[in-house]
Design a protein around this ligand. Sequence first.
Ligand code: AMP
Ligand code: MG
Length: 359
Amino acid sequence: MAPIRPVDARSPDPRLIAEAAAIIRAGGLVAFPTETVYGLGADGLNPAAVARIFEAKGRPPTDPLILHIAEPEALSQLVLETPPVALELARRFWPGPLTFVLPKRSVVPDIVTAGLPTVAVRMPAHPVALALIRAAGTPIAAPSANRFSRTSPTTAQHVQDDLGDRVDLILDAGPTPIGVESTILDLTRPVPTILRPGGLPREALEAVLGPVAIQTRVDEGPQPSPGLLPKHYAPRTPLVLVLGPAPQMRAAMRELAARYTAQGHRIGLLIAEEDRAEMADLPVETAVLGPEKDLETVARRLYEGLRELDARGLSLLIARDFGERGLGLAVRDRLMRAAGGRVVAPGLDADERGYEIGR
Ligand code: AMP
Ligand code: MG
């Protein structure tokens, strides 16, 4: 198992950072906290080091990685040109959970971009991440530090559980503050396009850019963004997502839970505090993500809640939707993919959706 080394989230010990940076420079793998989730980091300009990321995650080589930088000026060394809109967005939102997709320079290895002519870059807002990138003196490629297609890690222990035997060092600065991955914005198109909703809400982008497009569903052909795969972020236990206005949504969750528990299945519910009373009499296990309007808390708790329920050997998880405002859109996106298409909207017959229990 990889050593887990505690590190102060606000003022990381320079000696520990130097140790971690030496591993990166030598082509090794360091898991480290960002403000979104824990990343699995390697020297982003070293193809052999980047290959180790793909191997450790079991990630297909067709899924490109994000390069993490420690100052906005480093962007221009990785991309062919920096459009004014990128400068403006960087000025407002970096460091932060916003990733740009732009045409790449040849210094960026093809393995990083899965052969695409574009590269994804962001400057994370976490002192540990920034210190590590600076000390390593290279952009750090860092996808989420979990096995491919599984639930992302928001604690060092999650990383240990998933990748403990495949990483050289884990830096532990406690739970990550945002809890969902960055918003990925493609700036190579005529209209800036969100490829993955994430920690920076769409509304914040639109306040600067005007309307942005969202393209989060690609059904065939090469995937421009791995987060676009229909099954991703998934627990091992099958999950059904229930959409709709709160009263109908709760009624549908109750009905599903009652039906399956009556058949002898053990069910887990991923809910809001407001749902608790209405579900209290059901013989189910629950993970409460937070108050339904407190989307920051819900996002921060999302992966933890999924992992908690996933560890209990249940037959089915039933999750509620949190709307599409603010971080709700990122939460919905993750739950949709965790559900792998098993979505119930009240008014539609659940059986018609064709999901099944067990695997
Ligand atoms: P992960 O670290 O697992 O959250 O995945 C990294 C994210 O960056 C994925 O969702 C990728 O789609 C995205 N990404 C990286 N490079 C590109 C690119 N050139 N074009 C579009 N998306 C990209
Ligand atoms: Mg990921």
